[in-house]
Design a protein around this ligand. Structure first.
Ligand SMILES: NC(=O)c1ccc[n+]([C@@H]2O[C@H](COP(=O)([O-])OP(=O)(O)OC[C@H]3O[C@@H](n4cnc5c(N)ncnc54)[C@H](OP(=O)(O)O)[C@@H]3O)[C@@H](O)[C@H]2O)c1
Length: 230
């Protein structure tokens, strides 16, 4: 078990379980206090992973925003912000995306073998492209991250990625924030897709913490025996 990092899934969703709307404009689910909490969680991690869909759709920076938290990381001998990681099968990623151009930190692209040449051609200047098998093997990715010194990984979506970590039993913790509204549009992406999840009516997940943060609620689930409550 210690050959992979501690994996913390972090997600915000609507009351009806959507991660976003279907309009193409980014839907803000959290409030300022919760965004600040997420920033603090980021600052405690060695790497942040999102799927290529999130890089394309949201164009996120994935940086620790607080100057105090960045300084505190530097004082601990770390880079100001965690390593950025994405996963792709098709390598259809823009090297000018904020994921690649922001933050003085390495970017890793775990890519399916058939698209490796294309990924290196497109992204070789801005990221390290890693052969991740065909099909992509999440356990291999986690082992490679561990070998690069990552002991704590934050996974920030989207739904395709969350589904795979959960169904593969590769998540140690889920931090799920519920925003106080409905999306009500089945074209929008959901927190997870179909799959065989380890937790069902006969094996309930352990709810470790409930915390109200203004108008949202944070639910923390312990998904493995490695769950670390701090
Ligand atoms: N509310 C939140 O907390 C939150 C957080 C993040 C994202 N989101 C939302 O989630 C939506 C995006 O979710 P999504 O499910 O469409 O995308 P996603 O999970 O971010 O990324 C899916 C993509 O990742 C790559 N990928 C994932 N697993 C792979 C595997 N095993 N092998 C090869 N490639 C793999 C593929 O990229 P290629 O297509 O390049 O092959 C796939 O299309 C956006 O609307 C975003 O706003 C919400």
């Amino acid at each position: 078990m210690s050959d992979r990092p501690y994996v913390l899934l972090s997600c915000g969703m609507s009351i009806d379980g959507y991660l976003d709307n279907a309009t193409g404009t980014r839907l803000l689910l959290s409030n300022d206090a919760d965004f600040d909490r997420v920033d603090a969680v980021r600052a405690e991690c060695d790497a942040i992973l999102v799927g290529a869909g999130t890089v394309r759709q949201d164009n996120p920076r994935l940086l620790v925003r607080s100057p105090a938290r960045r300084a505190e990381r530097v004082a601990r001998g770390l880079r100001p912000t965690p390593l950025k990681v994405t996963v792709t099968g098709r390598a259809d990623l823009d090297p000018a995306a904020r994921f690649f151009v922001t933050g003085d930190i390495d970017k890793l692209v775990y890519c399916a073998t058939p698209s490796l040449d294309e990924a290196r051609k497109r992204l070789g200047e801005v990221a390290t492209v890693v052969d991740s098998g065909d099909p992509v093997d999440l356990e291999l990715i986690l082992a490679d991250l561990r070998a690069r010194g990552v002991t704590r990984l934050m996974v920030e979506g989207g739904g395709t990625i969350h589904t795979q970590f959960l169904t593969a039993g590769l998540a140690d913790e889920l931090q799920l924030v519920i925003a106080p509204f409905f999306v009500g549009d089945s074209r929008a992406p959901r927190f997870v897709g179909d799959g065989r999840f380890p937790w069902g009516p006969d094996r309930r997940a352990e709810l470790a913490q409930v915390c109200q943060i203004g108008d949202v609620v944070l639910l923390r689930y312990a998904l493995s025996e490695r769950f670390a409550p701090a």
